[in-house]
Write a protein that binds this ligand. Sequence first.
Ligand code: ATP
Ligand code: MG
Ligand code: MG
Ligand code: MG
Length: 474
Amino acid sequence: MKTSAEIRQSFLDFFAERGHEVVPSASLIPANDPTLLFTNAGMVPFKEAFLGQEKRANPRAVSVQRCVRAGGKHNDLENVGYTARHHTFFEMLGNFSFGDYFKGEAIRYGWDFLTGTLGLPAERLLVTVYETDDEAFAHWRDDIGLPEDRILRIGDKPGGGSDNFWQMGDTGPCGPCSEIFYDHGPEIPGGPPGSPDEDGDRFIEIWNIVFMQYDRAADGTLSNLPKPSVDTGMGLERLAAVMQGVHSNYQIDLFRHLIDAAVEATGATDRESASLKVIADHIRSCAFLVVDGVRPGNEGRDYVLRRIIRRAARHGHKLGQDAPFFHKLVGPLVKEMGDAYPELAKAADEVERVLLAEEERFLQTLASGMQVLEQAVANLPAGGTIDGETAFKLYDTHGFPLDLTADIARERGLVVDEEGFGREMAERRAQSRAASHFTAETIKIGTDEPTVFEGYQQDSLAATVVAVAREGSQ
Ligand code: ATP
Ligand code: MG
Ligand code: MG
Ligand code: MG
């Protein structure tokens, strides 16, 4: 059986042997892109090379990039604990061609790695191409020899966009893509890509090969890029599940060890509990965000980190653990990933300290908040709604981020009145603005010091929270 570490290494070796420069993982905080919350794909650090703004000595690169999808355009936070294949933090294996090889070679490399190097059975694989991409279709059929019924053409979705046409943003480089799926077998519910029940977990997407072929102008028209490029991404955890003969990512070596550690730290009695998966997932995103300089706080990235730590803490509470436990998973995580990420091993003490402090902070209000919540839901019928006033009280007095309350509601078949929450928040903003004007006036009378607008912090916090609430509910 190949371990996650061995698979990671064989991917790098395969492409290094084929002339690719091995590039270390960049930070989760994108270097030159304030518009992007977190590095969410392997191509992010290479964005400028694709745009032609950066010339690289070697037009081929390979990387294992740490990624977080817990906010912004890609947000899988709500999927964690519910699907077999989504994490907030994962490692993306990727090979890249900056104007060097294109469709034929990219498809050939992908196929050879999976079926040759890793020895996956070809009959378990199926691929998609963009509806009109006859070229990619022909490569799969004629070069690789895949039967036509295992090459699915996927078009645009009714609401716009397509799983098989990738774009960086509204303008810029973009192109059709071809995705490789693994069939985990008929005993698992779910249909092939493009079918009505494609969201099931039978056919799991393992690799996305993007053919960066066009430049999209502001008016929407496409022109050919002078140098077509390739950007690929494959989730290490999904590939490890396939290679280790298990269906869920949470059953791979790395996650089994983290779940063992979570069982020990929480004293959980049911090893199959979804809460353990959530905790095992969240320790990775939280630890690596701290490694990359994020600290729990009330805005932007900091607030995302705070939200994820608090979700983990709440799941521990649900498992019956009332003392801080989450920071105890840092050691086991370092054992799993410290070799591949020396920066994690180096920062371990600091990570533990930051997580413990945030746990302690939240534990002061978690139990009382849960009491408020239990009272509020005691008489709600199935499908009922937790009112905005309660959600706001939980947020304001007990430190429950809105998505945390929504997470608890969902477990119980309830929903939260997020609009009502937003109204409460807006009211609070108005009040604090009025209060701060009053304070400002008062200060002016007695002193020559410049006035401080105390309402600002609360204001931007409110905007963030409401935005986050909307995002989480999409
Ligand atoms: P899905 O449709 O399953 O949500 P995706 O189409 O959003 O995946 P891509 O953006 O194409 O994923 O990313 C490339 C690859 O990264 C995927 O094929 C998958 O192997 C992996 N991947 C994407 N999102 C996650 C995640 N949240 N957790 C683990 N692996 C992921
Ligand atoms: Mg996705
Ligand atoms: Mg997909
Ligand atoms: Mg995809």
